[in-house]
Ligand binder design. Structure first.
Ligand code: ADP
Length: 401
């Protein structure tokens, strides 16, 4: 089945066309500057990359341009729009409504509207992307795949915050967790590599990218995860602070005379690697500065490794042990120093990292065992593939219609 996977932002729309029978990506690209002027970047394997500056007033315009490119004689890969059998959308927040992927209909769209408050920056663009596809491809089934869905198995003790219960009831303030599609994919791949029954598996998945989160996946279900009500909680990230003492918020508001919006911007956009190192949100720049002797840069990476280690320890405790630790996403896949730093000292838990293998993962990166054969806990690098999960979920739902 040909499935178009769409990831819509406020002024962008990324896409990939999958043949889900073979798992092959037939085309991928990005519409940028939607509502400003408009630029389409389009790639088909074996053909020249294509860039087109063209007006895109809204997401519907963007989708129309994508279809034009996909069906073009020269730069396309299909002969007509009818060859796209379904569309799968990445949606950041499904609140407590969605514990799995769903076919879009009026009821689903109504519930999605109710999730706007939970992710005000991400949900409206996703809705625009879905509506844009419905308008440009009438009759083609649209499936929604949520970043929060895989975490819906979390027990109440893991998702409740110790604030007045009425706020949980009134506003849905609780831990939701994000990157669920990635945690689901890599934990699923890891289960296949373990020689124990899936129901008995205890896996810690470390998705370390520009945004980062760690999950405890017991018996294939999420028991706990580091991101919370929003994607700000947990580990320090490129520009996000991760878990901090909540009293810092009111302290800063008073001392620096900041508004709620200003503190929010500091914690989301000026913290993390950027805030601590003062150099960059990109860990490659932070490592470069360490080589040049920058102490703050070193403290940044040391603090990240320490935080990862702490979560691994607490999740091993929560699951009553751990069979495998998986690293994925930009940093998890590409940064041996952080993997080694996070796992250093965890021998007591049965973790024996093979430092040589860890430091010399061949490129292009593929699934690699990083632990020694004697290691009780398996350590793996598994490249994530959220788009493939979205395409496969979509194909599965649509094939049953
Ligand atoms: P996003 O959360 O935006 O998808 P990524 O998963 O691409 O982000 O992760 C971005 C982070 O991964 C950056 O800090 C970057 O330094 C790091 N990273 C990405 N690619 C590499 C690479 N080839 N080598 C080292 N670090 C990388």
């Amino acid at each position: 089945m040909n499935v178009l996977v769409v990831n819509a932002g406020s002024s962008s729309l990324k896409y990939q066309l999958f043949d889900t029978d073979s798992g092959v990506v037939k085309a991928k690209g990005n519409c940028e500057r939607i509502g400003i002027d408009g630029r389409l970047t389009h790639k088909v394997p074996g053909k020249e990359d294509y860039v087109l500056d063209t007006e895109m007033k809204n997401h519907e315009d963007a989708v129309k341009n994508v279809i034009k490119a996909l069906t073009d004689d020269k730069i396309g890969c299909i002969s007509s729009m009818s060859e796209i059998q379904a569309v799968g959308h990445r949606v950041v927040h499904g609140g407590s409504y969605f514990s799995g992927s769903v076919l879009a209909n009026d009821d689903v769209m109504e519930k999605l509207e109710m999730c706007i408050d939970l992710a005000p920056l991400h949900t409206p663009p996703a809705i625009m992307g879905i509506k844009g596809c419905v308008a440009a491809m009438p009759g083609v089934p649209q499936v929604l795949v949520f970043d929060t869905a895989f975490h819906q198995t979390m027990p109440k003790e893991a998702y409740l915050y110790a604030i007045p219960y009425e706020y949980y009831e009134k506003y849905g303030i609780r831990r939701y967790g994000f990157h669920g599609t990635s945690h689901r994919y890599v934990s699923g791949e890891m289960i296949k590599l373990l020689d124990i029954p899936a129901e008995e598996s205890r896996i810690i998945t470390c998705h370390l990218g520009n945004g980062s989160s760690i999950s405890a996946v017991k018996g294939g279900k999420v028991l706990d995860t580091t991101m919370g009500f929003t994607p700000l909680d947990g580990l320090m990230m490129g520009t996000r602070c991760g878990a901090i003492d909540p009293a810092i918020v009111t302290f800063l508001m008073e001392k620096e005379n900041m508004s709620a919006a200003e503190v929010n911007a500091v914690l989301n956009k000026k913290s993390g690697f950027l805030g601590v190192s003062g150099i960059s949100s990109d860990c490659r720049d932070v490592f470069k500065a360490i080589e040049e002797g920058n102490e703050r840069a070193k403290s940044t990476i040391d603090a990240l490794c320490y935080q990862i280690k702490k979560y691994i320890g607490s999740y091993a405790a929560a699951m009553g042990g751990v069979d495998a630790i998986v690293f994925t996403a930009g940093i998890g896949e590409n940064t041996p120093e952080i993997r080694a730093g996070a796992l250093e000292g965890l021998e007591f838990l049965g973790v024996e990292l093979d430092l040589d293998v860890n430091a010399n993962v061949p490129r292009p990166i593929s699934t690699t065992c990083l632990s020694k054969p004697s290691s009780k806990v398996k350590v793996y690098l598994i490249p994530t593939n959220e788009e493939l999960v979205i395409a496969n979920d979509t194909a599965e739902i649509v094939s049953k219609l």
